[in-house]
Design a protein around this ligand. Structure first.
Ligand code: NAD
Ligand code: ZN
Ligand code: ZN
Length: 371
């Protein structure tokens, strides 16, 4: 693909902008600056809608407006800034909401993946040099986690770019950049779900479904799925959920029902919604002694989690997990290769594919619980 015409110049293209908290996204003409040193400009091919985008647009997370949302994306490198060595124009890449700088305390630790150069918690909406690469109608537009993807072109730091297999189908693999790595990785890489184990997954959206896939692939014998939207149940069952629960139809708290169903509590519980109540329910669904509870959902800014304090000594593990605990640049490209080699199948996680100008429709389907 030839990008020589755009090299070094500002590109004018379309992007979706969240102008203010809770407003619907507006597709606008934006200017995208060339990449500065150690930055990459990418022509976006596909993007997914992640629950975190919805939280950000609604103002549940602390982000700066106006901004270009999206962080789950697949694209082709258009140009690179000075000093970029890991990708070149024409490479297929994924954007990464959590970068991997390979220099900070998290990156250097064998278990860490929450790179200090991330821009999610807290979110400045700016590149590492504290400036933006987007302008619309003469106004500065903020980035989303330094990975804005609801745009035809984006600029991201090199440390937030994962080069993927040249054979990757670009209309599909965008979901590997967040949903699949987050959910599948939470089960397989972070919790290390064991064969024959019992699991419960709170929230059967994109991330919860990928968690179910990971539990199933790990050989879990029972997977309980919890969601208030029963339309999610048939697909969840197809992915491996053995029992579906709608907390709104239960006479008792859902954790009590899970306890009764499993007699002793589950081996692994996952929360993939982002509410403190369901986080507590997930924690209380675990076996008191050896249960492991993974918090995957992103809770709203400044919300608190309150647990019964004396009970904490019984031995359960509570763990937060971001992007499946993967060191993002090192590990996420392998998931794309695994997909190409039929080791994982992400196809059932894709419910709709729409052209960019129908992003509103995509959000409508998402809000209607159809995705
Ligand atoms: N930790 C990470 O790295 C990471 C990465 C991506 C997304 N997330 C977070 O994961 C969560 C899920 O993301 P998603 O893209 O799957 O969102 P989603 O909106 O597709 O899924 C959420 C699901 O939860 C269900 N739900 C809502 N309220 C509920 C309740 N009270 N009880 C039971 N079910 C309920 C919804 O019906 C929906 O099916 C979000 O909070 C998102 O921010 C975290
Ligand atoms: Zn995401
Ligand atoms: Zn780092």
């Amino acid at each position: 693909m030839g990008f020589s015409l755009t090299l070094g110049v500002t590109i004018t293209c379309r992007a979706a902008i969240a102008w203010k908290t809770g407003s619907t996204l507006a597709i606008e003409e934006v200017q995208v600056d060339p990449p500065k040193a150690r930055e990459v400009r990418i022509k976006m091919i596909s993007t997914g809608i992640c629950g975190t985008d919805d939280h950000a647009v609604k103002g549940l997370l602390s982000v700066n407006f106006p901004f270009i949302p999206g962080h789950e994306g697949a694209g082709i490198v258009e140009s690179i800034g000075e000093g970029v060595s890991s990708v070149k124009p024409g490479d297929k890449v994924l954007t990464l909401a959590i970068p991997q700088c390979r220099e900070c305390s998290s990156c250097l630790h064998p278990k860490g993946n929450f790179c200090e150069k991330q821009d999610v918690l807290p979110s400045s909406g700016l590149m590492l040099d504290k400036t933006s690469r987007f302008t619309c109608k003469g106004k500065k537009i903020y980035h989303s986690f330094r990975a804005s993807t609801f745009t035809e072109y984006t600029v991201v730091p090199e440390i937030a770019v994962a080069k993927i297999d040249a054979a990757a189908p670009m209309d599909k693999v965008s979901i590997i950049s967040c949903e699949v790595s987050t959910g599948y990785g939470a089960a397989v890489n972070s919790a290390k779900v064991t064969r024959g184990s019992t699991c419960v997954v709170f929230g059967l959206g994109g991330v919860g479904s990928a968690i179910v896939m990971g539990c199933k692939a790990s050989g879990a014998s029972r997977i309980i799925g919890v969601d208030i939207n029963e339309e999610k149940f048939p697909r969840a069952r197809a992915l491996g959920v053995t029992d579906c629960l709608n907390p709104r139809n239960l006479k008792k708290p859902v954790q009590q029902v899970v306890m009764e169903m499993t007699r002793v509590g589950v081996d692994f519980a996952f929360e993939a919604i982002g509410l403190s109540d369901t986080m507590i329910a997930a924690w209380d669904s675990c076996h008191r002694s050896y249960g492991v509870c993974l918090m995957v959902g992103v809770a709203s800014s400044n919300s608190q989690l309150s647990l019964n304090a004396p009970d904490i000594i019984s031995g359960r593990t509570l763990k937060g997990v971001c992007l499946g605990d993967y060191k993002t640049r090192d590990c996420i490209p392998q998931l794309v290769t695994d997909y190409l080699q039929n080791k994982i199948n992400i196809d059932p996680l894709i419910t709709h594919q729409l052209p960019f100008d129908q992003l509103h429709k995509a959000f409508e389907l998402y809000h209607a619980g159809k995705t």
